[in-house]
Design a protein around this ligand. Structure first.
Ligand code: ADP
Length: 454
């Protein structure tokens, strides 16, 4: 085993670690330090838009590069080596992913404990394509080629309690593998339907899109093409009421065509599925034509039909759980509750907002240093003999924590808007240091909270 003294620890995206809270994730086993087993760590390599080289060549080059370097594995970017012209010419960035669970439990993962799994991809810049229907009206669904530029960085920007994102990723990976391997569904049953439910603005739709993007990258050797179809369930009923049945049929016919191509991995995102239940209930009570029952039933039947295709995953969201159609809930394998952000998540979200405002020069740099953010709160508060600089850093961390506390009850969406609202209420927005800005954020948060419905 090589020494670790020369290990270089990549920056964790410059994001300050949250304060130490009693939110430790469950212990994981096997412990890579004690066991011989290596931990599989994903290394994502994003090619430049101009690159035309083969992904396999880049993968080998990155694997060789990783072998040569005694790297510590922590989530975040790895510098592309300047003495490697092939990688410099073709690679936009290299990132290490999903080590956070291990890092929290065991400290840093060192290169000899890790088996890197390299995924090379290129982002599609095509944007969403909305196909107008025969009458020239805009269709009620959007379609993206994945991995798409729009969703780049979305996964990393979504912050939840430890384990939620990993659980979803692992679930989807297992579901795709079971189907791929032809596991007999009469003996072991599973669907490829995920339901995320919770209050509005908690990032459910974004998480579905980000998950699809992640999977398109992770599965790109098996499925070189990948698409996401986004349907708003509500629009199926409201826009074309009498046309709804036809619309569902047309939509699923299109999805079926995509799925028939076996190298295609297809994600179908159905937002606001609670509107299905609402439509059915309204039809039963006679306040809506019975057409809508047929539409809901058609949708469920079509979803069942899709189940036989190995290369499709259905992602659904709902803002309310109680009103979701029971028939629908039964079909979903994973029903994850996505709640308002915890204190720790709020701290991290606000910390990433602050970092972005410093990066773009809207806030002055932290103590004019090159570091974008103050050091880790926990490490600073534990030290009794603080240097003046560290004491100030701790002050900033404390204020950030105070802001996060004041933001209790705000959704992730409101939190991400808060810095903008705070900035727009500044008396002198041209000169702004992070600590003073946090004072304004606290006032803005108090105002926002007072405007929340009871
Ligand atoms: P929902 O579908 O639950 O209504 P969205 O996916 O539309 O929520 O979320 C809106 C935006 O709010 C996201 O794009 C994201 O910027 C922000 N957001 C919500 N929850 C979180 C979170 N937990 N972490 C980071 N950002 C969040």
């Amino acid at each position: 085993v090589q020494g670790t003294a020369d290990a270089e620890i990549p920056e964790q995206n410059g994001v300050a670690a949250p304060p130490a809270l009693s939110l430790a994730p469950p212990e994981l086993s096997p412990d890579p330090i004690l066991s011989e087993e290596k931990v599989l760590v994903s290394v994502e390599v994003c090619l430049k838009p101009s690159s035309t080289v083969r992904a396999d060549d880049v993968r080998s080059a990155v694997e060789r590069m990783l072998e040569k370097r005694s790297l510590s594995y922590v989530d975040g970017p790895v510098e592309v080596p300047i003495d490697n012209p092939f990688l410099m010419d073709n690679v936009q960035r290299i990132s290490i992913c999903d080590t956070d669970e291990w890092a929290k439990n065991h400290g840093v993962l060192l290169f000899w404990q890790v088996k890197p799994v390299v995924h090379v991809f290129q982002l599609s810049e095509e944007g969403p394509c909305e196909e107008p229907d025969a009458d020239g009206q805009l269709s009620s669904f959007n379609e993206w080629i994945l991995p798409a530029k729009e969703f780049d960085g979305m996964w990393e920007s979504l912050i939840y309690e430890p384990g939620l994102k990993q659980r979803l990723l692992r679930y989807a990976q297992s579901a795709l593998l079971f189907t791929e391997k032809g596991v007999n569904p009469f003996l072991v049953s599973w669907n490829r339907i995920i339901l995320l439910h919770g209050p509005p603005g908690t990032g459910k739709t974004s998480l579905c899109k980000a998950l699809a993007q992640k999977l398109s990258i992770r599965f790109n050797s098996r499925y070189p093409q990948c698409q996401l179809v986004e349907v708003n369930a509500h629009s199926l009923f409201s826009k074309w009421f009498s046309e709804s049945g036809k619309l569902v049929a047309k939509l699923f016919q299109k999805i079926q065509e995509m799925v028939e191509e076996e190298n295609n991995l297809v994600f179908v995102l159905i937002d606001e599925v609670e509107s299905l239940a609402a439509a059915r209930k309204a039809a039963l009570s006679g306040s809506e034509p019975s057409d809508s029952i047929r539409v809901v039933n058609a949708l469920l039947t079509q979803m069942d039909k899709l189940k036989s295709s190995p290369n499709v995953l259905i992602l659904t969201t709902s803002n309310i759980t109680t009103a979701i159609d029971i028939a629908f809930v039964d079909r979903a394998d994973i029903k994850a509750y996505v709640g308002p952000p915890t204190l720790r998540a709020r701290y991290e979200i606000l910390s990433s907002c602050l970092q972005e405002l410093v990066r773009t020069g809207i806030l002055s740099k932290f103590q004019d240093s090159d570091e974008l953010l103050p050091p880790n709160y926990a490490s600073v508060t534990g030290n009794m003999n603080l240097l003046p600089r560290e004491a100030e850093a701790a002050e900033l961390c404390k204020k950030l924590l105070e802001t996060a506390e004041v933001c209790e009850g705000l959704s992730g969406r409101s939190l991400r808007k808060l810095p903008f609202l705070a900035h727009s209420s500044l008396a002198d927005p041209t000169r702004c240091d992070p600590c003073k800005f946090l004072d304004t954020m606290i006032q803005t948060a108090v105002r926002e909270r007072s405007e929340l419905p009871d």
